[in-house]
Design a protein around this ligand. Structure first.
Ligand SMILES: Cc1cc2nc3c(=O)[nH]c(=O)nc-3n(C[C@H](O)[C@H](O)[C@H](O)COP(=O)(O)OP(=O)(O)OC[C@H]3O[C@@H](n4cnc5c(N)ncnc54)[C@H](O)[C@@H]3O)c2cc1C
Length: 420
């Protein structure tokens, strides 16, 4: 009999990390296959920085994954996953290198769903014509070109559409009305600097908006109030309780709550939705995100795992939580293979919002808080050190092909706390 076959769906932060951690902890007791539509990792968090520095983000934020996986004897398939049958333990995919490929099937003993979310810009009326964003390198480059060639220095709106979180994990994580609001805060602050550095005005031209009662509520009320106080004293405008984006027009944004906002530039973060093929599966919640406990395992199908944005418990949709999930998946599979003790493997994830956002001028803000999850950690630091850590993290990630040493994030936190 061959070794158990682990199939990992997705190879960005969650998928690449999970595959590497499974190999690290379970050693050669399993065969591992990773499937992704594209053969590189998109380093999402640094897109805004590259755009505002007037660099095409595509040039520096794609990290090849095939050789990284090969080094760990992990097979990579470039294909678009189309279906998952948890009873038959089969994944269907279509190879994506050439157009016209036939549907292929692959059997698994364990599956790790790490395919992130569908960023639903196509559900926002007027986005294609009048909206901008920074969540991938296509949109990042589109915004960069707009800023260089078309932007006339008019008002700017930055904010999120409403996130529709499932209702089946309420006992595990709080409910959020926006999927990920670090990026809007980051874009607001760094764009204010961008305007100033070009003599086009500054923060007074920018309004940040949120569908929720309070922006980035997952960072904790104390931190958000401090951030909002600083932003307001700098001249930024703030609009809350917009409920959702109704439509984007040439002249601005209309909201579900009846308000509207005039803006020449509209930088939008959409609803993070589950992929269509995940909806209605017995492993999914009522929105199509994969149900797991806090050890990343599906309660009914014990050979199904999920981590990163695809998991129902991952709220907000944050890279640090993908990293935590990837490590926990690795431990769980190692435990099943007899390579790790249950005491070590069965430690439930304790989420924390750990986020460093660019502010322009080689400065950044760093949030480290778990109060939203019932903890007591709450730290906000600003300055050059967090910025340095953000840049260093990306360099270290690329240099180690995703295997940032265990001390990487704690060391960055320590330096931020001590030196900022
Ligand atoms: C502008 C911006 C800035 C951010 N900054 C930060 C930050 O500073 N810190 C932080 O912690 N988080 C940040 N985040 C959030 C972070 O980027 C996400 O939480 C993280 O990317 C999630 O990783 P993931 O691997 O779960 O999903 P993704 O990164 O979305 O990766 C999913 C992978 O699955 C693949 N895939 C999808 N569908 C299929 C399919 N059907 N078949 C095959 N492959 C498929 C995709 O190609 C992709 O490689 C930011 C997000 C944005 C938008």
């Amino acid at each position: 009999m061959g070794k158990p076959h682990v199939v990992v769906l997705g190879s960005n932060f969650a998928g690449l990390g999970a595959a590497q951690k499974i190999r690290e902890f379970a050693k050669d007791t399993v065969d591992i296959t990773v499937i992704d539509r594209k053969p590189y990792l998109l380093f999402v968090p640094n897109i805004p920085y590259e755009v505002f520095e007037n660099r095409n983000p595509m040039l520096s934020l794609h990290m090849p994954v095939v050789d990284a996986l090969h080094e760990d004897n992990i097979r990579f398939i470039q294909g678009e996953v189309k279906a998952l049958d948890p009873d038959a333990q089969i994944v269907e995919y279509v190879p994506t290198e050439r157009v016209g490929a036939a549907v292929e099937k692959i059997h698994y003993d364990y599956v790790v769903v790490a395919i992130g979310a569908r960023l639903a810009y196509d559900k926002i009326e007027g986005f294609a014509e009048y909206g901008h964003t920074v969540s991938d390198t296509f949109y990042g480059e589109k915004l960069r070109l707009f800023l260089q060639n078309e932007y006339k220095g008019g008002p700017v709106a930055v904010g999120s559409a409403r996130f529709h979180q499932g209702t089946m994990t309420k006992d595990l994580v709080p409910t959020a009305e926006a999927a990920c609001e670090g990026p809007p805060v980051e874009v607001m602050l760094s764009f204010g600097h961008w305007l100033q550095s070009r003599g086009l005005g500054g923060p007074e031209k920018i309004t940040v908006f949120t569908p929720a009662e309070i922006i980035a509520e997952d960072a904790g009320v104390g931190i958000v109030n401090a951030l909002l106080g600083i932003a307001s004293s700098m001249g930024y405008h703030y609009m809350n309780n917009t409920k959702d984006i109704k439509r984007i027009t040439k002249d601005g944004i209309e909201f579900e709550n009846g308000q509207s906002l005039e803006a020449e530039l509209k930088i939008i973060f959409p609803d993070w939705q589950a992929h269509d093929f995940m909806r209605g599966l017995p492993i999914s919640d009522d929105q199509g995100f994969v149900l797991t406990d806090m050890t990343t395992r599906n309660p009914k199908y014990r050979n199904v795992f999920a981590c990163g944005d695809a998991a129902a418990v991952t709220v907000p949709k944050l890279g640090i939580l993908a990293h935590m999930g990837a490590e926990t998946v690795g431990k769980q599979i190692a435990m099943d293979m007899g390579r790790m003790s249950p005491e070590k493997a069965n430690v439930p994830m304790h989420f924390i919002v750990n986020c460093i956002g660019d502010m322009g001028g080689n400065q950044a803000f760093a949030i480290n808080s778990d109060t939203w999850y019932g903890g007591t950690k709450s730290s906000l630091k600003m300055g050059h050190i967090p910025f340095l850590m953000k840049m260093q993290y990306k360099e270290m990630f690329f240099r180690t092909k995703g295997k940032v040493p265990d001390w990487g994030i704690p060391a960055a936190d320590f330096l931020i706390q001590k030196l900022s």
